[in-house]
Ligand binder design. Structure first.
Ligand code: ADP
Length: 272
């Protein structure tokens, strides 16, 4: 369970040794994310999505307000490493997360740093590489992987610390449509089979139609919070935050509101 209360984040912009200005990136966010939820965060560039994501594993700490991860207050600055291993992070560019000379070494790096015994590390590596479909590539150099495979490796790296929650910050931004689908499928599998909490930040509205819940951000605030039907059904709200509405998704949502069910996997298939 993640609980956020009145969170404010301000970036300080320095010039030489003087504060030039402050930018309020999060302006009083309150949000509860129950364990096991698939939450998608949508919003235009600069609306605060990445800043919020970084608060979810204490990469950033609140200026005001409180973030509790499994009951631990990140602002108390205690057990920060424990908090960070409970929430795995995956970013847009997997190259920034990959450090090993082989796929299996890369995944082993995190557990090795925690002095876990080698037999247990081998099991962890096998387990997470099977989950992301990279077991057959375990001896390969990460640099020889495709973009989609690299992103799967970044997910495997995050899974190696056995987190209860995975935060994916625009994980598909650099991927081709086929790889995008695969990465989103892995996120859904982790949510459904492992009951993992998923927080997915994306620009692609078609990737969030199967989320349990969507929050919509604008200028550091949450301006929409509901099911995909609620959010995509509110065309005025989407226009206010200047979010694109893929025509096929819009059509699907409209039909759904009139009681006509469309199969969302088909919708997704057509849209990608
Ligand atoms: P999003 O992920 O929705 O694009 P961000 O969380 O990256 O939004 O940014 C929110 C706001 O904070 C933007 O106005 C952005 O320019 C500003 N910002 C982000 N990172 C920094 C930083 N390191 N220093 C100063 N301002 C920043």
């Amino acid at each position: 369970m993640i609980k956020i209360s009145s969170l404010v984040h301000k970036y300080t912009i320095w010039q030489d040794e003087n504060i030039k200005s402050e930018k309020t990136a999060l302006d009083g966010i309150s949000l509860d994310i129950p364990s096991g939820q698939f939450l998608a965060i949508l919003g235009p560039n600069g609306s605060g999505k990445s800043t919020l994501a970084k608060h979810l594993n204490a990469l950033l700490l609140p200026n005001e307000g409180t973030v509790w991860i499994e009951g631990k207050d990140t602002g108390a600055k205690e057990k920060l490493w424990e908090i960070r291993s409970q929430v795995g992070m995956v970013f847009q560019n997997p190259d920034n997360q990959i450090i090993g000379t082989s796929v299996e070494e890369d995944v082993a790096f995190g557990p090795e740093n925690k002095n876990i015994e080698s037999e247990k590390i081998r099991k962890i590596v096998r387990n997470v590489l099977l989950k992301v479909g990279l077991w057959s590539k375990r001896k390969s150099s990460p640099m020889k992987l495709s973009g989609g495979q690299k992103q799967k490796l970044a997910i495997a790296d995050a899974l190696a610390s056995n987190p209860g929650c995975l935060v994916l910050d625009e994980p598909t931004a650099m991927l081709d449509p086929a790889s995008r689908k695969e990465v989103i499928k892995i996120a859904h599998e982790l949510n459904q089979k492992e009951k993992m909490t998923i927080v997915l930040i994306t620009h692609h509205t078609d990737e969030v139609v199967d989320a349990d819940r969507i929050i919509l951000m604008k200028e550091g605030e949450i301006v929409g919070d509901g099911t995909p039907e609620d959010i995509f059904g509110d065309i005025q709200l989407l226009q206010d935050v200047k979010m694109d509405i893929p025509p096929v998704v819009e059509l699907g949502m409209r039909l759904k509101r009139r009681g006509i069910e469309l199969d969302t996997p088909i919708l997704r298939e057509q849209d990608m």
